[in-house]
Write a protein that binds this ligand. Structure first.
Ligand code: F6R
Length: 604
């Protein structure tokens, strides 16, 4: 996801901005840029690709003495990763950088274009700078114009804006995307999306809250809240360890990514939901014309999200749906019919087996769609259509937030297709959309749940195996829970359909066989419970995950009482991720880089 930096002070502004951007590289980006205002002159540089390209472009640019500057690394959402789309975006005499998505940018852009404004980029961000300059013409001050602009924006943002008329001021606003300001005794001010760029520069930091906006100059930090009331900054000491700052204080990237799921799912939903309809601006509305089957193909965790998708597609769209493991599909001489939409799913967009199946489908003349987390990856470039999952860079080898956002995309996509195919009425759609809006809250990790799992994990460090069991869409979640555990604990685990245990695996049941039972209250509860009772009767050790207390279980992880099984799905997903994490920690394993595994599998 994008990264922001800003600086106001007397040191080498260019170097500070570039170093800051380097510290944000871990967030992932495809282009970068800076704008510096010194002696009332703007200098602006942008480059696609890695920061080294931007460094090369700025090598003859020197900053000394007082200057203000803003910088950005961009992870493309609206418009391709080109130089024109890279930030900072320029107006007549101002520059802006922005993280997040401006949901009402189309409306604002149309109105600005009607006023004669010419847009240079395809981004949502550019409307901010033009809207500001429009307001500036009718305002008494730049701050008044900035404030007016912020209240006209809808969506999520962290924004820094600089303008010529106020050449010692940086304007800022934060709503839904992270940003902080740091200070030191030299009257310098530093902005960034996370702590790391500020380490070694600032001594104290203030984390902005949603709705905060204002300005900084040499002498002042003026912060206002969403009621336009001035508030005090709340400064705290800054962290001193870079790696731990990148991990935002979490022990592992995987843990951080589990905690991030609420935010990245909110990003995934952003701009795609209305009252009773789903929008995918990136899809051609005719994509599903003539389609009678959807075939999903992927590997590993992405395969599990594909399996989850198949339940939703058939249920909501009434289109036949099949799911394939890419490494199997590519060699089994599969029949491919032109009325099939071929969907590949991949966090990285580079997995060799999945990429190959996409090539096969294209060769066979099928329409293709990729659901992917990395823009400009091989799969994104190859497929006819693409939906980005917006999970941000995933560092932990064991995938967590990528899975969460993939399932979220498929939930939205199945409702979108149901609308296109007229298989779901608007009331039903409105209900599903209401539930989708609840997902970010349902995946928030609570201290109670994390502590409970931490405590009970000590009882699951041995045994001769784990079975994660579930029914319906909870079966792919069981597969995913088992995969997470295998990957980072090195204990043997299998995911199984609850109803299938009695057809063989139940022979393994004894106290040393650990069953992690997914028992959603709102989907086949009684049937799933009977399956668990069969295992309990044979003395398997049971850890039940449910909203309803279950007296046959040895251990119980309580989730909240939800309105719908899909919200239970997401809460249980967090529970199984945390369980694997805590077991792995107790076993002393390398959680983020488990043995034998690579993050991107580009060999077959
Ligand atoms: C598991 C995991 C892997 C990947 C698989 C596919 O935690 O990360 O199973 O899901 O290698 O990778 P992508 O999604 O990049 O195609």
């Amino acid at each position: 996801m994008c990264g922001i930096v800003g600086y106001l002070g007397k040191q080498n502004t260019k170097e500070i901005l570039l170093d800051g951007l380097k510290e944000l590289e871990y967030r992932g980006y495809d282009s970068a840029g800076i704008a510096v205002l010194q002696n009332n002159n703007f200098s602006n540089f942008k480059a696609i690709g890695k920061l080294i390209n931007l460094e090369e472009k700025t090598k003859n640019f020197i900053t000394n003495d007082f200057a203000i500057g803003i910088g950005h690394t961009r992870w493309a959402t609206h418009g391709k990763p080109t130089e024109l789309n890279a930030h900072p975006h320029v107006g007549e005499s101002s520059y802006v950088v922005h993280n997040g998505i401006i949901e009402n940018y189309v409306k604002l852009k149309k109105s600005l274009e009607n006023d004669g404004v010419k847009f240079l980029s395809q981004t949502d961000t550019e409307v901010i700078v033009h809207q500001f300059e429009k307001n500036l013409k009718a305002s008494l001050s730049a701050f008044e114009a900035f404030e007016k602009t912020i209240f006209e924006l809808e969506g999520a943002y962290a924004i820094l804006l600089v303008t010529k008329g106020e050449n010692e001021t940086i304007f800022f606003a934060k709503h839904g995307s992270p940003m902080l300001v740091g200070i030191n005794d030299e009257d310098e001010k530093y902005f960034a999306s996370s702590d790391t760029p500020l380490i070694g520069h600032a001594t104290q930091v203030n984390y902005f809250e949603d709705g905060d906006y204002g300005y900084v100059n040499k002498n002042e930090i003026a912060i206002f809240d969403k009621t336009r009331t001035k508030k005090e900054a709340l400064f705290t000491q800054i962290a001193t360890n870079r790696l731990s700052a990148q991990k935002d204080g979490f022990r592992f990237f995987m843990e951080k990514e589990i905690y991030e799921q609420s935010d990245v799912i909110a990003d995934t939903l952003l701009g795609r939901l209305s009252e009773d309809s789903i929008t995918f601006n990136e899809l051609d509305p005719n994509l599903f014309d003539g389609i009678n089957e959807i075939k999903l193909c992927a590997c590993g965790t992405s395969y599990h999200s594909a399996l989850s998708a198949s339940y939703m597609f058939e249920r909501y769209t009434k289109i036949r749906c099949s799911v394939e493991i890419a490494s199997e599909f590519r060699y089994r001489e599969p029949l491919m019919c032109k009325d099939t939409l071929f969907v590949v799913i991949s966090q990285s967009g580079e997995t060799a087996d999945t990429l190959e199946t996409l090539k096969m489908a294209k060769k066979a003349g099928l329409k293709t769609l990729v659901v992917c987390n990395v823009d400009n990856s091989s799969m994104v470039r190859l497929a006819d259509a693409c939906i980005l999952t917006r999970a941000g860079i995933e560092k932990g080898v064991a995938s967590t937030k990528a899975f969460a956002t993939q399932v979220t995309v498929f939930w939205m996509l199945s409702i979108y297709v149901a609308e296109v195919k007229n298989t779901m009425d608007s009331q039903q759609r409105a209900k599903q959309i209401h539930l989708l809006r609840e997902v970010p809250a349902s995946v928030k990790v609570t201290d109670v749940m994390h502590e409970r799992i931490k405590r009970l994990s000590k009882r699951y460090l041995h045994g001769h195996g784990f079975f994660f069991i579930g029914r319906d869409i909870f079966f792919p979640l069981a597969l995913e829970g088992a995969l997470k555990l295998k990957e980072i604990s090195y204990l043997h685990a299998e995911g199984y359909p609850s109803g299938e245990m009695k057809h063989g695996p139940i022979a393994l049941a004894d106290p040393e066989l650990f069953t992690i039972a997914l028992l959603p209250q709102h989907l086949l509860y009684e049937k799933s419970k009977s399956n668990v009772e069969e295992l309990s009767a044979r003395d398997s050790t049971i850890c039940a995950i449910s909203a309803i207390d279950f007296d046959k279980a040895d251990d119980f992880i309580q989730i909240s009482t939800c309105q719908d099984y899909m919200l239970e799905f997401f809460e249980m997903m967090v529970a199984v991720q945390l369980l694997s994490l805590e077991i792995s920690v107790r076993l002393g394993n390398d959680v983020d880089m488990p043995r034998n595994l690579a993050k991107s599998v580009t060999v077959e």
